[in-house]
Write a protein that binds this ligand. Structure first.
Ligand SMILES: C[S@@+](CC[C@H](N)C(=O)[O-])C[C@H]1O[C@@H](n2cnc3c(N)ncnc32)[C@H](O)[C@@H]1O
Length: 231
């Protein structure tokens, strides 16, 4: 059922359950046709993201970032946590206009918005690091290569790439979260993505022109962080 077809006399929670059982879920995440369901979806993703935050924010490479471009930054949960943890750093959230409208950014805020479509629009310049948190697994390998090239193009020399999320194990035989997410992405959501092993991300990062590629695995909630540098 598409968000537009979901009965509007039901609560956002009830409409969420109707939509979540069909392939329209991911379009509901991105386009936000139903504001109540949309807000609920982003809040529920954010609740889980918050639990996984230490694996990202405690990383020594992340600690030295001055301006983070949080691509597919959603409702700003990661950006806000990063800005609070690192009080001299700035963050720009890039996401669909339907999503960035959920983020409150008062004047003078170190968290700023750059609405746009990842594939149709250029990424903004000015950041010294680009983060994809729980974003790349949504897409096919070919789309990921395109996105990593776009990230490489807007970074200065020495700028860093961070890919954070649920990597599959190298033999793709371990990990309850990653197995479940692969099923969800392929069957219910985009029909394209899956949880890839870190080795795939490392190879795609090198193909996009990055060097110094390394990975941190075994983080809480089966998370992994791939770090690479534009040379
Ligand atoms: C699974 S959420 C991850 C949100 C956040 N980064 C986190 O870690 O919780 C994926 C995000 O990618 C965004 N996204 C997907 N396709 C996009 C596109 N074509 N252009 C811009 N953003 C997109 C979605 O709107 C959503 O906010």
């Amino acid at each position: 059922m598409s968000p537009a077809e979901a009965p509007q006399d039901q609560s956002a929670y009830e409409r969420f359950h109707l939509i979540v059982n069909g392939p329209a879920l991911f379009s509901a995440v991105v386009t936000g046709l139903d504001l109540g369901v949309f807000t609920l979806l982003h809040r529920s993703m954010a609740a889980f993201t918050l639990r996984t935050m230490p694996g990202l924010l405690d990383n020594p490479e992340v600690a030295t970032v001055r301006h983070l471009l949080d691509v597919g930054g959603g409702d700003g949960t990661t950006a806000r946590a990063f800005a609070e943890r690192y009080p001299s750093a700035e963050v720009t959230i890039f996401d669909m206009p339907s999503v960035t409208r959920l983020v409150d950014t008062p004047d003078g805020d170190r968290v700023r918005l750059h609405p746009g479509d990842l594939f149709a629009d250029p990424l903004p310049v000015g950041a010294d690091a680009v983060l994809f948190s729980h974003v790349l697994e949504v897409f096919s390998g070919e789309q990921i290569r395109t996105l990593l090239s776009k990230a490489h193009a807007v970074l200065p020399a020495g700028g860093r790439l961070f890919i954070y999320g649920f990597p599959a194990s190298d033999d793709e035989e371990e990990g309850v979260y990653s197995a479940r997410l692969s099923l969800y992405l392929n069957v219910l959501a985009t029909g394209a993505g899956m949880t890839y092993p870190v080795g795939d991300y490392e190879q795609w990062a090198r193909q996009a022109g990055f060097g110094g590629v390394s990975s941190f695995t075994g983080l809480p909630y089966e998370h992994g962080l791939v770090v690479a540098t534009k040379e």
